[in-house]
Design a protein around this ligand. Structure first.
Ligand code: FBP
Length: 551
């Protein structure tokens, strides 16, 4: 492996832990609170999770826990998209486990949840673990998007765990993977399988959060990486004064990433999908708002600027949402016939015939390349892959047409030259920021302490994150507490409620209070690259979202 000087230096970084987790592991005792309730649909969830519903929130105090010294085997899985810090979750878990008993073993299942059902795994050694400390990526064991959801899969999990003498599984994933972790925990209890399950909140999207999970890991590093790039582009735009830059930002559904990057970089326009949905803005209105800014700035001679576009936007625009829903259903229901249509012309003709009148009109009015992208392969859940739809280009095309019209009518006299960008994969495997390195290591170590205290069906939780790590509060949250019932594939399913941007939340309000100024006055801020060494104010700060939320 070729090792860069930064990687070499990061190997030596010692992640910080919350005070309580610095004790000997057999001197950390669980303290349980009152029984809990799910966020909604309490009665139904109680029926679905008879063994794990209502468990109390877990905290830790100093006290004897001799069980922590027992030699055990623990399995770990990385699930879903990469997020910086995953390697440190595993490092924290490994160190905790070995601190408990050096004969304990950590087994990493390869390539995501499918590695567990196909029993493909490696056993961690000190040497192997050390090669991945404080590095980005999920390449330590790989990840995947297979869902663990059928009884057959659950039974295979039991078999594999029994064969490997595994008494606990740690599932590192987003809302869906943690939902499945809870279902698995319940199933293991029902079958008296003696296998504990602990979840760890991961996703750069930042949408796995609530009162007890202040942020998912990876959000910090990813948004800092994108903000560096956005800041650099802003400075370029302000230097050359000739381009409008349209930057699409990852985040499948929620706009937390776009909002955090806007707070860090103060662009001229940042679209927040949740606001578009709430105000029922049509594509026309979304475009109209951007044009207003372009025209106002052109009147001041400023034919340049930066627009942030959240990846999920397209699904929040009402007419597009309806269209995508109809397309998803059509492609799922008529999969076999659709596969016989070989040309795009045949496909779009068939689609147009089968869509509702309104959706057919919307589909036909879209540029050809966007139509093609909307018809691309679905993800394993039958959904359109929004990261592959070039929404930023769609906006540019429509804006360009409109401005041309406005020019001929004498309503616009500026110059619209544009560039487009998509920042997503660039941020998912960056070296974790100090925040993510510390947070992830703590989450992993904490997962072990939850296991050592005999808990199952819990998510590893580290709170008080806007404060220095020494003041962080470690504990565990019953996953059922975060659940409600939602309609999935025509059926009500128990799921962890996804956290979208709240329009009455403090971060959105902070943005909304300033955006009109940013639209007209060039107010760019340049965060620069993530700093790993140096004064606290440049290398140990959490996201603005966290700071504002917990001020
Ligand atoms: P997770 O929810 O699994 O963490 O993944 C998030 C994400 O990075 C989204 O922001 C993006 O839409 C998607 O993954 C891209 O998926 P893929 O890696 O399969 O292209």
């Amino acid at each position: 492996m070729n090792i860069s000087p930064l990687q070499e230096a990061r190997y030596k970084y010692e992640p910080k832990l919350p005070e309580i987790l610095k004790n000997a592991v057999d001197a950390i005792k669980v303290s349980l609170g009152d029984p809990t309730q799910s966020v909604a649909d309490q009665e139904e969830l109680k029926q679905l999770f008879p063994n794990t519903y209502g468990m109390p929130v877990a905290g830790f105090t100093k006290g004897e826990n001799p069980g922590a010294g027992k030699a055990i085997n623990v399995g770990v899985i990385l699930s879903g998209g990469q997020a910086p810090g995953g390697h440190n979750v595993i490092a924290g878990l490994y160190d905790g486990l070995k601190k408990g008993n050096k004969n304990s073993k950590l087994i990493g299942f390869l390539g995501g949840p499918s590695g567990l059902t196909s029993d493909e795994a490696l056993e961690f050694s000190d040497e192997y673990m050390d090669r991945y400390r404080n590095t980005g990526g999920f390449d330590i064991i790989g990840s995947g998007r297979t869902k663990l959801e059928t009884e057959e899969q659950f039974d295979t999990c039991i078999e594999v765990c029994k064969k490997r003498n595994i008494s606990a599984l740690v599932i590192i994933g987003g809302d869906d993977s943690n939902t499945n972790a809870a279902v698995l925990a319940e199933y293991f209890q029902q079958k008296k399988a003696s296998i504990q399950v602990i979840g760890v909140p991961k996703t750069i999207d930042g949408d796995l959060k609530n009162e007890h999970i202040e942020t998912s890991f990876g959000f910090d590093t990813a948004t800092k990486t994108y903000s560096e790039l956005i800041g650099n582009i802003e400075r370029d735009a302000n230097s050359a004064k000739k381009y409008w830059h349209f930057i699409k930002l990852m985040g499948r559904s929620a706009s937390h990433i776009a909002l955090e990057c806007a707070l860090q970089t103060r662009p001229n326009v940042a679209i927040i999908s949740e606001e578009v949905e709430e105000k029922k803005q049509t594509l026309d209105q979304v475009v109209g708002n951007i044009i207003d800014t372009i025209v106002t700035r052109a009147e001041k001679g400023e034919n340049f600027g930066v627009v942030l576009v959240p990846e999920g936007l397209i699904e929040f625009i009402p007419e597009m949402k309806t269209l995508i829903g109809e397309l998803n259903d059509l492609l799922a229901e008529h999969q076999a016939y659709y596969a016989t249509l070989n040309t795009f012309e045949d496909q779009s003709e068939w689609i147009n015939k089968n869509l509702s009148r309104e959706s057919s009109y919307v589909f036909s009015s879209l540029p050809n390349n966007i139509q093609r992208q909307l018809l691309m392969d679905r993800d394993p859940h039958g959904n359109v892959q929004v990261s592959r739809i070039e929404t930023e280009k769609l906006l540019i095309e429509i804006i360009e047409d409109r401005l041309r019209e406005m020019k001929t009518e004498g309503r616009y006299s500026g110059k619209f030259s544009h560039q487009h960008h998509f920042f997503g994969y660039e941020g998912r495997c960056a070296f974790p920021s100090n925040f993510d390195a510390d947070y992830c290591y703590s989450l992993g170590f904490n997962a072990f302490v939850l296991i050592a205290n005999g808990l199952t069906g819990y998510m590893s939780s580290v709170k008080n994150l806007s404060k220095p790590a020494s003041e962080w509060i470690a504990g565990g949250i019953p996953v059922t507490m975060m659940m409600n019932l939602e309609q999935r594939h025509g059926k009500k399913k128990p799921v962890i409620r996804k956290a979208l941007v709240e329009l009455d939340g403090k971060p959105f309000k902070a943005f909304a209070a300033e955006r009109e100024t940013w639209a007209v006055e060039t107010s760019f801020a340049y965060p620069g690259a993530i700093q790993y060494y140096g004064p606290d104010e440049v290398c140990n700060q959490p996201t603005m979202t966290l700071k504002i939320e917990h001020k």
